[in-house]
Design a protein around this ligand. Structure first.
Ligand code: PLP
Length: 341
């Protein structure tokens, strides 16, 4: 198969319409079989549930070309499970896990020419989503839905090397206590736009959200979970009912404990203790780990010892091990690598 003639190294994180997408509809109480289409547009009722009451959810994962030329995805079963969990919270009919994985396989296979080659640093981002398409005017769940999966090639998250970022403690909340922070609902991201635009305007890369109930504990950022490393080398990640359970974070905690033999803790992390950590990183599908060099708390700075030039030592080890597993250089724990072609 001949790859598309793209300058893979200069791709950013944007939408490039690939040849195929997968579409399945839910009507009369059941999901249809669905299939591939080349049509990248939609015609919707002006009264669709997604447009009126934001009844929509999504997932994000990637397809990689391994060193030996296979096309693989990373733990898609966890994306399927998380999407089903989100659906339950939004009264969207669940899509069986097998159907989710099958759709991902079909769309990646059909777009194999768009999967960036090994060594380019680029990957194929996969975006599954479900939205209410039936008309609703009284506030209620829609009766009809569409599940769609498209792909877009994305560039290396860190061009020209990984540089630590600066984040600020946000005065806005991302999620309410007992709200929807633990699921991947589109509405959570609409709510975070004001805070991220404001953070960028003030020169910060991201927001650190604190727990909305007491504002004393670390939650996450708008698109990634936190990992901290203590001065004696323990990897710590915040536990909270209102953060999204990041698949990257869960994988990194496993790598830390089972592969690197480090001590790990998933527990409440008070903002007060952040100044005592040696390293800080943000983890998610997009970047695996983005090192945080500095946190600005209303003008007061917390600077991590690794500084603003490079990742901390343990963050680097975690990053190298997980990307090694994803690219096929390091043997993967059972079930982590899902081969597509
Ligand atoms: C709010 C939020 N937290 C964390 C993550 C990281 O999750 P994952 O590692 O599954 O990409 C994401 C991205 O999906 C996110 O949107």
């Amino acid at each position: 198969m001949k790859k598309k003639d793209l300058d893979w190294g200069s791709l950013g994180f944007g939408y490039v319409s690939c040849d195929y997408r997968f579409v399945s509809n839910y009507e009369n109480g059941a999901w249809d079989e669905g299939g591939l289409t080349t049509d990248n547009t939609l015609v919707l009722s002006e009264c669709a549930g997604v447009l009126q009451y934001a009844q929509t959810c999504f997932e994000g994962l990637k397809a990689y070309t391994t060193e030996d030329g296979r096309i693989v995805t990373f733990r898609p079963d966890l994306n399927a499970e998380r999407m089903a969990n989100t659906c339950r919270r939004l009264i969207i009919p669940e899509l069986p896990e097998g159907r989710f994985i099958e759709a991902v396989e079909k769309v990646v296979k059909a777009n194999a020419a768009w999967v960036p080659p090994f060594g380019s640093g680029a990957t194929l981002y996969i975006r599954p989503f479900i939205f209410g398409k039936g008309p609703v005017i009284g506030v209620a769940p829609s009766k009809e839905y569409q599940f769609r999966v498209f792909t877009t090639p994305v560039g290396p998250y860190f061009k020209g090397g990984v540089k630590p970022i600066t984040i600020r403690v946000s005065d806005y909340d991302r999620a309410a206590p007992r709200g929807s922070g633990h699921v991947k609902a589109g509405l959570n991201y609409a709510m975070s736009l004001f805070a991220i635009v404001d953070a960028h305007a003030k020169g910060f890369d991201e927001n650190m959200y604190l727990d909305p109930e007491t504002r004393t504990k670390v939650e996450e950022t708008g698109g990634a979970n936190f990992l901290f490393v203590t001065k004696d080398g323990t990897v710590v990640t915040p536990k909270s009912p209102s953060i999204l359970p990041s698949i990257t974070r869960r994988s990194l905690m496993y790598v830390a404990k089972e592969i690197l033999g480090l001590k790990t803790e998933e527990r409440e992390v008070y903002f007060e203790e952040v100044k005592d950590f040696a390293e800080c990183g943000l983890c998610g599908t997009a970047a695996v780990i983005s090192p945080v060099g500095k946190i600005n708390d209303h003008g007061k700075e917390i600077c991590f010892p690794a500084g603003m030039e490079k990742m901390g030592e343990i963050t680097q080890k975690l990053y190298d091990t997980l990307t090694g597993i994803q690219m096929g250089r390091i043997p993967a724990p059972e079930g982590w690598i899902h081969e597509i072609a």
